[in-house]
Design a protein around this ligand. Structure first.
Ligand SMILES: Cc1ncc(COP(=O)(O)O)c(C=O)c1O
Length: 428
């Protein structure tokens, strides 16, 4: 195993080149940081304030603050964009997942990946269903159809797969496995509003797909979710389920929730729909720029989006092979922090290793790909107001850390020391 990166020398000789070219040692070794004022992990583009003020004025004048005309409009526009029959707005993706699984009247086991955000599993557990974790495909990092097929058994009633980072799952293979085994198929599409399988928008696959509209997503409501389905009965049950499962006569039909979306959140989401495709195109451009820069850095790879499919790149996650790169993903995260670059480690630890789920036995005894991947993931900043130069500088920072780490981590010399630029920056 390579040595951990010696990050505790930060600040030893903090002076190097103007921050557009990175000479000298990594910032963790006393070099000048790539982003002296910091590069945030996320800086969401939000709807125009004037548009929202007008919308809020209209809502206040209508005296209806929740689940009204604006929510209906959002549902109609989202259904059109996703090319589905029904869209039900809810208060979050987590609530949407809870509701869909309840509305589908499941029992026993639900097969899902462990390499996902915990809310996927919470939707299962909150319904009293048993999560059965199956491994992910090593290329796409989405639920492996072969692993899902192995996990089916007499007690399984559904598969719940995540379009992780916006990468579409293998929807054809999963659809076939679900049909063959008589299972319901639901997608956690939290990251995938705007993703496509071929020309078909994510949203219409399986029995239902559930999107998140929280601030880290490509379509933003503040907090919110959308359930998309072509199943009339499921749509009806989700619609009344979000309102305590009270169809209007106070004779509740099942254990529902208050998962309504407020008119105010719907107004933000409607405004956020404008310009969505341009934002997605920009995300793709930035992801491609990262790839072209990182391609030549030893030990760095990334999840594959299948030919013809489209990802939202909700997250730009890389995999760090410590033997080739020189240090682990966790150490690279620390070294980048010294460079002023905020990162996250999506998804480490995976769900089955988290305290809440540790007692749930996995299907095959172990989740080899999930565990390997979780040790190697690192998510880099990607937001549409980042410049090409920002991306190039992150790449340069990664490259210089790798060069330094593979060189045995030699301490900086005086030649590496340059002057700190002190000009003002307008970085957010
Ligand atoms: C894969 C996944 N599923 C579900 C959720 C939960 O979404 P929400 O915050 O809207 O409940 C998230 C949130 O980031 C997520 O990443």
């Amino acid at each position: 195993m390579p040595e951990p990166f010696p990050i505790d020398m930060r600040g030893a000789t903090v002076r190097t080149a103007p921050h557009t070219t990175l000479t000298g040692p990594p910032a963790a070794m006393g070099g000048w940081p790539a982003f002296p004022e910091g590069l945030p992990f996320l800086y969401p583009r939000l709807p125009d304030a004037d548009v929202l003020v007008e919308a809020v004025r209209g809502i206040l004048e209508s005296r209806q603050l929740t689940n009204g005309r604006i929510v209906r409009e959002l549902e109609a526009r989202a259904a059109e964009y996703l090319a589905v029959d029904y869209c039900i707005a809810v208060s979050s993706c987590t609530a949407g997942l809870m509701l869909v699984l309840r509305a589908a009247d499941l029992s026993g086991n639900v097969i899902l990946p462990s390499f996902t955000f915990t809310a996927t599993a919470h939707g299962v557990a909150w319904n009293g269903l048993r999560p059965v974790f199956a491994d992910v495909d090593p290329d796409t990092l989405t639920l492996s159809p072969a692993a899902a097929a192995r996990a089916t058994g007499v007690r399984a009633s559904a598969i719940l797969a995540t379009h992780t980072f916006g990468t579409p799952c293998d929807v054809d293979a999963l659809g076939e496995i679900a049909a063959r085994n008589g299972l319901r198929l639901v997608y956690d599409a939290a990251h995938a509003f705007g993703s496509r399988h071929g020309q078909v928008p994510i949203g219409g696959f399986g029995d239902a797909e559930v999107f998140s509209l929280s601030p880290t997503k490509v379509l933003v409501a503040g907090e919110g979710g959308l359930i998309a389905t072509n199943d009339h009965l499921l749509a009806e049950r989700c619609r009344i389920g979000r309102d305590y499962a009270n169809p209007g006569d106070y004779d509740c039909q099942f254990y529902g929730l208050n998962a309504r979306m407020s008119e105010l959140h719907a107004a933000v989401a409607l405004a956020s729909l404008d310009g969505l495709d341009a934002r997605l195109a920009r995300r793709t451009e930035l992801a491609e720029r990262y790839w072209s820069g990182l391609r030549s850095v030893p030990g760095i790879s990334w999840p594959v989006v299948r030919d013809g499919d489209r990802s939202t790149y909700k997250d730009f996650t890389i995999l760090v092979e410590p033997g080739e790169f020189g240090i682990s993903a966790a150490s690279l995260a620390e070294a980048l922090r010294s460079e002023g670059v905020q990162t996250r480690r999506y998804y480490a630890p995976p769900v089955h290793a988290q305290r809440a789920y540790r007692d749930v036995p996995s299907t095959n005894g172990h989740l080899a790909v999930t565990e390997r991947v979780a040790e190697r993931v690192l998510t880099l900043p990607l937001w549409i107001d980042m410049s090409e130069e920002d991306v190039d500088l992150v790449v340069e920072a990664v490259r210089r850390i790798q060069a330094f780490a593979s060189d045995g981590g030699v301490a900086p010399s005086d030649e590496d020391v340059v002057v700190i630029p002190d000009e003002e920056s307008d970085r957010p």
